[in-house]
Design a protein around this ligand. Structure first.
Ligand code: G3H
Ligand code: ZN
Length: 298
């Protein structure tokens, strides 16, 4: 399998993005690679600190390794939203391909200083590891929010993005460009959509030349996602859409088989529903966009 850096460079040259899907359990961990295999595209499996605490950091890494070996598919593994060096090192030792070192809640200088130290420490353990840093405010919680969060630290400016990437030497930057973690109820129903600041993405790409991740993509307008890829986004994170699907599909399957107690008879419907959502997102992210991202390459 190619390295994650090679996968991202190739995707960038082709004007497509790599889909990143968070997993909390085995139904998700089955559905994500299954959808990617059907489409023959690379995929990123993500596990945040909370998801790793539940599934087990070493256990997820072992399962992903086994899936790669058995199916000969390009599944990369990302330690998503990691807030301490200790947790990041734990993931790197377990064999994760990338780490999102997220100190975006700190003031800019402290975030930059500690992220720089983390990049050095983590790469000394694994030089081919990709480290992502995050600036700006996109809220937290891949769940259904009652009201829009107040994003006090605001959108990322091209200049602070340039300074942050130059100083920390992160491989990937996660900016705030209109994106937001989680979904409002109106987004789950489909009557509202997140909208992105495409010009800002283009300017941040030009200022940094680095790979860019769009977090909080659940419920985002599909055309905006395509334009964002054309403007320089390389990785797109989806979590809440899967969680909503997981719950609905589980409820449906349980009520369709009210007396069933065998998990492997109840859960395949959940895997299938999740797979359809992942597949639809991967199809969108893998439609080549016309803006020539190779001109923007890092
Ligand atoms: O890191 C995970 C994501 O950014 C997912 O955000 O729950 O809005 O899809 P989301
Ligand atoms: Zn995120």
């Amino acid at each position: 399998m190619r390295s994650l850096r090679e996968i991202l460079s190739d995707a960038q040259n082709r004007g497509v993005a790599v889909g990143h899907f968070n997993v909390s359990d085995l139904t998700m961990l089955q559905a994500v690679p299954a959808a990617a295999r059907e489409l023959s595209v690379p995929v990123l499996v993500g596990a945040s600190e909370g998801e790793r605490a539940f599934l087990g950091t070493r256990q997820i890494a072992a399962l992903v390794r086994a899936l790669r070996e058995q199916y000969d598919c390009e599944i990369s593994l990302n330690a998503d939203h990691t807030h301490s060096l200790a947790k990041a090192e734990e993931a790197v030792i377990a064999g994760f391909d990338s780490v999102v070192f997220d100190l975006s809640a700190l003031p800019f200088e402290a975030n930059a200083q500690q992220t720089k130290q983390a990049v050095e420490a983590l790469k000394s353990r694994n030089p081919s590891l990709l480290v992502e840093g995050e600036i700006g405010d996109i809220g937290s919680g891949s769940e259904i929010h009652d009201r829009a969060p107040e994003l006090a630290r605001g959108l990322t400016t091209p200049e602070e993005a340039r300074q942050f990437v130059e100083f920390t030497r992160v491989d990937v930057l996660a900016p705030a460009v209109g994106n937001m973690h989680g979904m409002l109820a109106s987004m789950v129903g489909g009557s509202a959509r997140k909208r992105l600041d495409i010009d800002r993405i283009r300017q941040i790409k030009a200022a940094t030349g680095s790979f860019l991740t769009l977090h909080g993509a659940s419920g985002t307008d599909s055309m905006d996602l395509c334009r964002a890829i054309g403007a320089g986004i390389n990785i797109i994170h989806i979590n809440t859409e899967l969680r909503v699907t997981w719950r609905r599909a589980l409820e449906d399957s349980l009520s369709a088989q009210a007396r069933e107690v065998v998990p492997y008879k109840i859960l395949p419907q959940v895997v299938e529903s999740l797979k359809q959502v992942v597949r639809a997102r991967l199809e969108l992210f893998n439609q080549p966009q016309s803006a020539a991202p190779s001109e923007l390459a890092s």
